[in-house]
Design a binder for this molecule. Structure first.
Ligand code: SF4
Length: 287
């Protein structure tokens, strides 16, 4: 789905003069991209499939592939409706300008961009990742919106604020700090949100004090590294029901620890605990 959206929006960006998106145009391009993809993805020989009989894919395999095509087509059509709502609301005067932007490694466009460094010296790490999409918002070209597509449910605002869902904020920091999209002069603003493809469309995440929030992320990261260097590798997960759906739960020790009723009472938290310096944090706790 990401590739389909990237393909359609990239064509729009490359072929059209910069300006507001036209929903009908986007819809036509997305449907065209889907048809093209379905045609390219249609298995014709054994080599196109993982398994098969007699040099040809089986009817079951073809059926599964077509169900998948239908699912993606429905998702894409739903996306067009969501886009219409977006363009009438918070996405008014927005233009998608970048897709699948890699950093810290070679991106799909062949460019190698630097990694994002987070933490506080000497407790720092370098991150790599790939940003789904960046929209330029507003007429002055100084506001950028980092968007993460989700086929499932997006993390809540609370999870993002408390540091339990940091991927998108970190990607936003990368866009800002590494200059992943061309920005005009200084004084640029970055914001971010999830795009729930199967349900709610674009969901903005509001962080009132962005600079403070970034500081918290750096401190929290430094705390975690400091704890790891002290071998405080406690088995712990803040998501209480993660073992219900995780495919690794049968071999993950979190399930065993919970079964025994053990908790890590001093597990570091970003909100509140993250403002302290690394060495002030005592993460030693018992399994
Ligand atoms: S079950 Fe283990 S591996 Fe899976 S999400 Fe929970 S902590 Fe992570």
């Amino acid at each position: 789905m990401h590739q389909l959206l990237e393909r359609a929006h990239s064509r729009l960006r490359d072929n059209a003069a910069a300006g507001p998106l036209n929903v009908e145009h986007v819809k036509a391009l997305i449907l065209e991209s889907i048809s093209q993809w379905e045609s390219d993805d249609e298995p014709r020989t054994l080599d196109d499939m993982d398994v098969g009989f007699g040099g040809r894919p089986s009817k079951v395999q073809l059926g599964i592939r077509r169900i998948e095509h239908g699912r993606l087509r429905r998702l894409a059509i739903r996306y067009v409706g969501q886009l219409e709502t977006y363009l009438a609301g918070s996405g008014r005067e927005s233009v998608p300008v970048a897709f699948e932007l890699g950093f810290g490694r070679k991106g799909e466009d062949g460019e190698t961009r630097p990694p994002l460094e987070i933490g506080r010296p000497p407790y720092t790490v370098f991150l790599q990742g790939s940003v789904d999409r960046v929209d330029r918002v507003g007429v002055d070209g100084r506001r950028f919106r980092v968007i993460d597509y989700k086929t499932g449910t997006a993390p809540s605002q609370l999870k993002v604020k408390s540091g339990q869902a940091l991927q998108l904020p970190l990607y936003t920091m990368a866009v800002d700090a590494l200059g992943l999209v061309p920005m005009v002069g200084g004084d640029n603003q970055v914001e971010f949100g999830y795009w729930e493809l199967s349900r709610r469309g674009y969901i903005p995440i509001k962080i009132e004090e962005w600079q403070q929030y970034i500081d918290n992320i750096h401190n929290f990261t430094a705390n975690l590294i400091s704890l790891m260097q002290k071998s405080a590798f406690n088995v712990s997960s803040r998501q209480e029901d993660c073992t219900d759906s995780c495919e690794h739960s049968s071999m993950c020790r979190v399930g065993q620890i919970r079964h025994l009723g053990k908790t890590w009472t001093q597990a570091p938290l970003m909100a509140g605990g993250a403002g302290s310096k690394p060495d002030e944090v005592n993460g030693e706790g018992g399994e």
